[in-house]
Design a protein around this ligand. Structure first.
Ligand code: NAD
Length: 451
């Protein structure tokens, strides 16, 4: 099929690469000309494991453009909207990019039946809204009814940054929501190789043993939209739940990592998303939980559980700074090192990264902050040049003369450091990730989360 993807970020580019690999003819369109130029020259605009290898493999078959004329919508079967939906100050999602994309589609569609897929995470009701925008704009331009020329389908994305390609080749499920059976049929055909798992697995991303098929959940548009928010909020609250238990564990002298194991072995609960730590960050959980609370408010409902998960999460960031202050007593003038800056390993994404709040709080309290990250420093320098943090490419430079260390992101390299070379100071292990016995034997004081 011919596929157009509008928005070539983490979701759009990843989707494009996977659809191209399984045999579709894919064009990725973005308003960011710099990004498109990079992609046209075969380079990746952000860090994501295996993306460069996969782009080298399928990239020459894909088309990258900023122009709708070049994308030629009249020959397209499926168009994905995968633009950003960042948070507005009131928690609602900013839909201005989705609006632009929908209006551009209406300006360019040309008589062939087009399936418009909302892949961006959009508030409940947005599918209908996108449908009305396209209809209104098309009818104004053409002077004839748009009915029968397009249908809107919701196909929420569940990928994890850092494992985006793996998650798209081997998803737990594919959700397709629409009131239009032609739209559903076309998407089922588009995703057939993924659903049936009958494509040859890429060498760098072998198929998990025993995976013979992926469930397809077909539902109405609104349910698909709610599924996305409900899934993210549930994962977010699992993390906050264990962090709340970690607080109690610390107070009563218990070990939250053992508690997490003890409850995670219960198959009704499961072990994932139960690691006590400094909480979630990234482009999704914060934004999507805020949007869920805001949407509920629009319908005169409260979401106290989701709101509490948010409160607990953002408290964890201040806890780190308080823990350092308790240990060092005075932060003013102290050299503090942050190990890791991205919101999680295997990505250079800094959206809602805990490191940013931790750095701000430390700087406010007078600390001299140095930070290291294996891939995110370029973004940090570009986006946060005035944070008051010295970004160090060399991890040992960041640790030279340090008086306190915070492990912010669990990049494996931090476990493997030559800790003998580093001054034995207080380490706040924000992810319970380091080898605490080894560090203690070298004279470090180690404070974990909930231990
Ligand atoms: N990143 C994730 O892990 C993830 C996972 C699931 C769902 N989502 C959702 O997917 C959507 C996209 O997220 P992302 O992380 O890929 O965002 P992103 O910011 O990485 O990419 C969005 C892209 O859209 C482009 N864009 C904006 N307006 C445009 C327009 N009118 N026409 C063409 N391009 C336009 C931007 O230039 C940017 O390149 C969001 O709604 C997000 O919530 C993200």
């Amino acid at each position: 099929m011919r596929v157009l993807i509008i928005g070539t970020g983490y979701v759009g580019l990843n989707t494009g690469v996977v659809l191209s690999y399984i045999g579709h003819d894919v064009t990725c369109l973005d308003t960011n000309a710099e990004k498109i130029a990079l992609l046209q020259s075969g380079k990746t605009p952000f860090y994501e494991p295996h993306l460069d290898e996969m782009l080298a493999e399928v990239g020459p078959k894909m088309h990258f453009t900023t122009s709708y004329a070049e994308a030629n919508l009249s020959t397209v079967d499926v168009v994905f909207i995968a633009v950003g939906t960042p948070s507005l100050p009131d928690g609602n999602a900013d839909l201005s990019y989705v609006r632009q994309a929908a209006e551009s589609i209406a300006q360019e569609m040309n008589g062939n039946f087009l399936v418009v897929v909302n892949k961006s995470t959009v508030p409940i009701g947005s599918g209908n809204w996108v449908g009305s925008l396209i209809k209104e704009s098309y009818e104004k331009r053409v002077g004839a009814k748009a009915d029968g020329y397009f249908s809107v389908v919701s196909n929420p994305e569940f990928l994890r940054q850092g494992a985006a390609l793996f998650d798209s080749f081997y998803p737990d499920r594919v959700v397709v929501g629409s009131e239009n059976s032609h739209g559903i049929q076309r998407l089922s055909e588009l995703f057939a190789p993924i659903l049936e798992q009958n494509f040859p697995a890429p060498a760098c991303l072998p198929r998990p043993e025993g995976l013979t098929g992926v469930p397809l959940l077909v539902c109405d548009l609104t349910s698909a939209e709610v599924i996305k928010y409900a899934a993210n909020a549930f994962l977010a609250l699992k993390i906050s739940y264990i962090n709340e238990i970690a607080r109690l564990a610390q107070r009563v002298g218990a070990d939250a990592t053992l508690i997490a194991r003890g409850i995670g072995l219960d198959s009704r609960i499961g072990p994932r998303f139960l690691n006590p730590g400094i909480g979630w960050g990234g482009s999704c959980f914060g934004k999507d939980t805020a949007a869920l609370v805001a949407t509920a408010r629009d319908y005169q409902l409260e979401m106290p559980i989701v709101q509490a998960a948010r409160d607990v999460n953002y408290r964890q960031r201040a806890w780190v700074v308080d823990a350092l202050q308790d240990g060092l007593k005075i932060l003013k003038g102290r050299h503090i090192t942050l190990l890791g800056f991205s919101f999680k390993p295997d990505t250079d994404d800094l959206r809602d990264a805990p490191s940013l709040d931790i750095a701000r709080l430390l700087v406010q309290r007078g600390a001299i902050v140095r930070a290291h990250d294996p891939v995110a420093l370029q973004n940090a320098q570009r986006l946060y040049p005035d944070l008051g943090v010295r970004y160090c490419q060399d991890v040992y430079e960041a640790l030279q003369g340090t008086e306190g260390i915070v492990l912010v992101t669990e990049w494996p390299l931090y476990r493997e450091l030559d800790w003998e070379k580093i001054p034995p100071v207080l380490v706040v292990d924000g992810r319970n990730f380091l080898d605490r016995e080894k560090l203690k034997s070298l004279g470090f004081s180690v404070l974990g989360v909930g231990r």
